[in-house]
Design a protein around this ligand. Structure first.
Ligand code: ADP
Ligand code: MG
Ligand code: ZN
Length: 474
């Protein structure tokens, strides 16, 4: 919280790596975690004479992002952004400049606020430097290594308007945007692998004043860091101004351990990247048919899916709302809806999806929807305890067997002595003749009663327990 009378202003630049098979301008694999410098070729190494060829799939995904953000898809061009850095072997980055593929747009947040989108443009990623010795930063390092596998990986940079006014709101924006990137299939959203990286522009002002001077905090790679860095930076700027100082426009680094930002480089004037049109690529103007094809391929976005599921919950608790977010985030909402349609209690379906399914989320794709429903119905009917149902789900996820087979193999016969007693009581009343014959010593009738109990409990009763109960009543 800033002191009374102060307001922070935040605009985010989010870079997302696109989930294409190959890189942006060459056929090298776009894959995280490969042996360094194995997915490289003359194009992504920037060797003289090599020529870029645009990856059409990257354009599809950029358009999908734009459509999901209500942007206008516009005729666009590619530019060279010139600067030197060892992880960028061409000494320029191919990016979009004054004519981006996606112009304008907005993103509505769960709290009802709307954040405007300035642009979402295509560009290529750089390689990755690793600085050894010292703190892991270039300053004070003994030596540095460069991996060019990432060089030329397609990126979309999404630039928001300076519309956010708290770190919590900025975090909510980043989370919602991440959900959209995953839902469009554009990104896997894995921040820890650098699939989504954020720069936060932060300024402060006295309420009612125009925009203050901003600082840009580079390379935030978790929602938590984003929120902490913004709060720290806004506090720093307010203290600076209140102490008679002036905020300089600069690029700052976030130190996760110290919990503070520090100067990386000062922007005295706009950096001059000598942008010029990339002469080796033609302009990009997706026609109406191409745009329509992408629009038709888009499913419902997370906000809409969340609303659909929310409508099925009856007075949801805070925990259920949290579970709802997890479920939508992981894309399990269809499974939960299917369970609710099959008369599973919505709260139970949500809880099992947000916990047990989420814990093995990479296996859920192979899960037969019927198995999820069946397990939950068994739990709901009291055939499985909660603990047993969780264990069954886990097993079903791992081995793909049917829940009933798993429960039987595990010997789960969750019929309480009380309910067995009750069922046997009902059967005696329903079959007086059979009961009399059993009482008179016809042991074959025990089999008959076991069959009846099994039918009523869908096979979950323990045969010996039934016989014991019958004997006790004889
Ligand atoms: P640059 O290319 O130098 O980073 P941009 O004009 O692309 O500059 O702006 C980057 C981001 O900074 C945008 O998200 C924008 O909303 C945000 N921004 C611009 N002015 C301010 C400000 N005064 N305070 C906070 N954010 C700002
Ligand atoms: Mg910037
Ligand atoms: Zn290559």
């Amino acid at each position: 919280m800033l002191p009374a009378g102060w307001e922070m202003v935040i605009g985010l630049e989010v870079h997302t790596e696109l989930k294409t098979t190959t890189k942006m301008f060459c056929g090298c694999a776009n894959a995280f975690g490969a042996e360094p410098n194995t997915n490289i070729c003359p194009v992504c190494l920037g060797l003289p004479g090599s020529l870029p060829v645009l990856n059409v799939r990257a354009v599809d995904l950029a358009m999908a992002i734009g459509l999901a953000l209500h942007s206008t898809i516009a005729p666009s061009t590619f530019h060279r952004k010139n600067y030197f850095y060892p992880d960028m072997p061409k000494d320029f980055q191919i990016s979009q400049y004054d004519l981006p593929i996606n112009k304008g747009g907005y993103l509505d947040l769960p709290d009802g606020s709307r954040v405007s989108i300035e642009r979402a443009h295509l560009e290529e990623d750089t390689g990755k430097s690793t600085h050894l010795g010292g703190s892991g930063r270039l300053q004070g390092a003994d030596h540095s290594l460069v991996d060019y596998n990432r060089s030329g990986v397609p990126l979309v940079e999404i630039v928001s308007g300076p519309d956010m006014h708290s770190a919590v709101q900025a975090r909510a924006y980043a989370a919602a945007l991440r959900g959209i990137l995953i839902a469009t299939g554009a990104s896997d959203g894995r921040m820890e692998e650098g699939s989504m990286r954020m720069d936060a522009n932060v300024s402060v002002r006295r309420v009612g004043e125009g925009l203050g001077t901003r600082c840009e905090i580079k390379n935030l790679n978790s929602l938590r860091s984003l929120q902490r860095a913004i709060d720290f930076e806004a506090d720093r700027q307010v203290s600076l101004i209140e102490g008679g100082g002036v905020v300089r426009q600069e690029t700052r680094h976030w130190d996760e351990l110290r919990g503070e930002t520090s100067t990386m480089r000062v922007k005295e004037e706009a950096e001059d990247y000598r942008y010029f049109r990339e002469p080796d690529l033609v302009d990009l103007a997706p026609d109406a048919a191409w745009q329509a094809r992408i629009a038709a391929s888009l499913g419902a976005m997370p906000a809409e899916r969340r609303a659909i599921l929310l409508a099925r919950l009856i007075e949801p608790s805070a925990a259920q709302l949290d579970a709802l977010d997890v479920v939508v985030d992981l894309g399990f909402d269809e499974l939960v809806l299917g369970a609710i349609d099959a008369n599973v209690d919505p709260a139970l379906a949500l809880a099992r999806a947000a916990n047990e399914l989420a814990a093995s989320s990479e296996r859920v794709g192979a899960l037969a929807p019927g198995s999820f429903v069946e397990t939950l119905l068994m739990e709901q009917a009291g055939e499985l305890s909660a603990t047993q149902a969780k264990a069954v789900l886990l097993e079903v996820l791992e081995h793909g067997e049917s829940p009933r087979a798993v429960a039987a193999a595990k010997g789960y016969k969750q019929l309480s002595p009380d309910s067995l007693e009750a069922i046997v009581g009902e059967l005696i009343e329903a079959f007086p003749e059979e009961w009399t014959r059993y009482q008179e010593g016809d042991e074959k009738l025990a089999q008959f009663f076991i069959g009846q109990v099994m039918q009523r409990t869908r096979g979950q009763a323990n045969g010996k327990a039934v016989v014991a109960e019958l004997r006790a009543r004889r």
